[in-house]
Write a protein of this length. Structure first.
Length: 691
């Protein structure tokens, strides 16, 4: 007796069994926190070239490709503002092929994304930084009736060609952008306007909970998620968080799952989450609470995931392997990917899906997937030279034309010099949000100086590390050494000089300065909040940078009971110590200078409660409206933090360079982590006050 062996293909051909769904292969190109700063002038064209190169490679291999962002696509700063300069009008018209195009802040960032063909993006927190009225001008269409005949015929701007996605934000309460939201899950192409149909373009939605990206016969569902802290860290207007405003992944999963289910009910079995939660640990927690999500594009944390084949840019260090392999709620495989922002890397995940739509982790190859640096070497690695990718007709060429015009606007600012530094001023996210840095000290001291010029009783300066957006300096391309700012011969700027451009680039939000009087117990509460978010792997924007004060804390203790010793570094403020062994001591009030963002409750700081409880005692004064005289810096309002830094640099370091190199966390004296080193607050305060 023997058994006749028949192949599966033969059985399918004979109609005896149904064919199993075929595997499919997809290339996901991704980015997060593009946040165009000064470096974007060179990096954005390179980024676009790398995208085009990787898309061409996928096409040659018959692999479908999509391009996604995890949010924070723009941020206030020189690059953002330069797009609103009148001189940009001709360039916008040229690169967009629109003779009616108009300039406006932030539009260059979205124009770049449109040119490179982004398919969808999460809504990040920085999209709201300039307010929802500005967001309306950036992502929404601006099409006018030029002659009063009720016909829309002047398309000044078509807005984003891609959907902004968030399933956990409610846009209905905002009059500026609420009308751009649709609850329908539409194909991604339905969000792009066309110059050929202006009436339709004027009514295009721009925001949705999810979208569908079609590639041939395959459909991919993309769902968006935004940090639940958005109300406390930016200016979302009437936009609110669904399910509460604290980091609670169980609640967030419950909000997102119905949107995911709507996609699967429509027969879409390949689901990608573009998620802007700011800490990759939250994405890792969230995926285990969701069903049917295959890939998570994590945003907001700047976490670099890389594999052994990836070349990192100088100064960068990977925090984990690309991709993170995990599982969803049902135990099905899932992948998490992340890159550093500011156009510095293109993430590339090439992955197979099985017949049921599940990712196959073993299909991910380090030779294909990973992160691709967008410096000149990264472009050369793909194309062999720096000419081919920027030839006429390429997206990279158009982006280069756009950023070249922005460069002209920005160049004028780099010629306006205020001071000098012999050292790299540390403003990178992983530093300013976790420890004292020399740039944090410098700008906190600048705020204190301008405050004391108005009110000599001000003794303490406190700002949030999250408000420092970039270092002032450069990184050696060969050795990785940290260097002072590069010279700019075209602008007449010498090595080590600090310009208006440097100041605007690092202090992009340009918060106003506010004076408030606190009790000693209230100041301890403020310091407790400043270190409440400290945890392994976290980079909380609320972490403080300070002047006029030294304090120690123990992050192993409970939140609210971490500050152990604290003292004032200024003379004539009464007893200098106000916390000893975790207990408040002394009775004299302390006048401080902080940022108006924090004074209004930003990053969760408790100042509004203090002012409301006793407004006369708190005596809040906003320096931007206090009548401060203009000094040497006239490019921004007196009483703003950019102005304070410019004036301080000119007064203290116009001829004598700043020379305090950034030290390790073991050397910090203003903010001392007692879990890592000895508490030297008492010695430092006494030395500062009496010697």
């Amino acid at each position: 007796m023997f058994t006749l062996r028949t192949t599966s293909a033969a059985l399918v051909a004979a109609g005896l069994v149904a064919a199993a769904p075929a595997q499919s292969r997809l290339q996901i190109l991704h980015a997060s926190d593009l946040e165009g700063g000064v470096n974007a002038i060179g990096d954005a064209p390179n980024f676009t070239a790398v995208v085009e190169g990787l898309e061409a490679d996928a096409s040659a291999n018959g692999t479908a490709s999509i391009l996604l962002s995890a949010g924070d696509n723009y941020i206030p700063g020189p690059f953002f503002s330069a797009a609103g300069d009148f001189s940009m009008r001709a360039t916008f018209r040229s690169v967009l092929g629109n003779p009616d195009a108009r300039e406006a802040v932030g539009r260059a960032d979205v124009a770049i994304m449109n040119l490179m063909g982004v398919d969808a993006s999460a809504v990040g927190n920085h999209e709201f930084d300039a307010g929802t009225s500005v967001m309306e001008d950036i992502i929404g269409p601006d099409i006018r009736d030029s002659n009063g005949d009720q016909i829309l015929d002047q398309p000044r701007w078509l807005g984003s060609d891609f959907p902004y996605l968030s399933a956990n934000l409610d846009f209905s309460g905002d009059s500026n952008i609420g009308g751009f939201f649709t609850s329908q899950i539409l194909p991604s192409t339905e969000f792009a306007g066309s110059l050929n149909d202006l009436a339709a373009a004027a009514g295009k939605p721009k925001i949705a909970p999810a979208t569908i990206i079609e590639r041939g016969t395959e459909r991919y569902g993309v769902v968006g998620a935004t940090t639940q802290l958005v109300a406390s860290i930016t200016s979302p207007g009437g936009v609110t968080v669904i399910g509460g405003d604290g980091n609670d992944m169980a609640i967030l999963a419950g909000v997102l799952q119905p949107t995911i289910d709507a996609l699967t009910s429509a027969g879409i079995d390949k689901i990608i989450l573009v998620s802007h939660l700011q800490q990759i640990a939250l994405e890792e927690q969230l995926i285990g609470l969701l069903e049917d999500v295959d890939v998570v594009i994590a945003g907001g944390s700047g976490t670099i995931l890389a594999d052994a084949d990836d070349r990192l840019r100088n100064g960068d260090v990977a925090s984990g392997t690309y991709p993170i392999e995990t599982t969803d709620l049902n135990g099905n495989p899932a992948l998490i990917v992340s890159t550093r922002g500011q156009y510095s890397y293109v993430g590339r995940l090439v992955v197979d899906f099985d017949g049921a739509g599940n990712v196959i982790p073993s299909s991910v190859s380090t030779s294909e997937s990973g992160i691709f640096a967008t410096d000149d070497q990264g472009v050369i690695d793909l194309f062999g030279d720096l000419t081919t990718p920027f030839l006429a007709g390429t997206d990279a060429n158009l982006v280069q034309e756009l950023t070249g015009a922005l460069r002209t606007v920005v160049l004028a600012k780099d010629s306006n010099i205020f001071g000098r530094t012999d050292v790299y001023l540390e403003g990178r996210r992983g530093a300013v949000r976790t420890q004292e840095t020399n740039l944090g000290n410098l700008t906190a001291d600048a705020n204190l100086a301008i405050a004391q010029s108005f009110d000599p009783t001000v003794a303490v300066s406190l700002k949030n590390g999250g408000g420092i957006r970039a270092s002032i300096g450069s990184i050696d391309s060969i050795t990785g050494a940290l260097l002072p700012p590069q010279g700019n011969p075209e602008a007449g700027k010498l090595v080590g000089e600090v310009s208006q451009l440097d100041i605007e680039n690092t202090l992009r939000f340009n918060n106003g300065l506010v004076l408030i009087t606190l009790t000693r117990a209230q100041l301890k509460q403020v310091l407790e909040h400043a270190v409440a978010g400290v945890a392994p792997g976290s980079t909380p924007g609320s972490f403080a940078q300070v002047g006029g004060v030294s304090f120690s804390y123990d992050p192993t203790r409970s939140v609210g009971d971490r500050v152990r010793t604290a003292g004032i570094l200024e003379r004539d403020t009464g007893f200098p110590f106000f916390v000893f062994d975790g207990t408040v001591i002394g009775s004299e009030p302390i006048r401080i200078v902080t940022l108006d963002f924090l004074a209004g409750g930003g990053d969760g700081y408790p100042y509004p409660d203090f002012v409301a409880a006793n407004p006369g005692f708190a005596n809040r004064v906003d320096l931007e409206t206090a009548g401060l005289a203009d000094g040497v810096a006239t490019f921004t309002d007196a009483g703003s933090e950019q102005d304070a830094l410019a004036e301080y640099l000119f007064a203290e370091h116009a001829s004598m360079p700043f020379d305090a190199a950034d030290g390790s966390i073991f050397q910090d004296l203003r903010i001392q982590d007692r879990s890592l080193r000895r508490d030297l607050v008492i010695a430092y305060v006494l030395r500062s006050v009496f010697f």
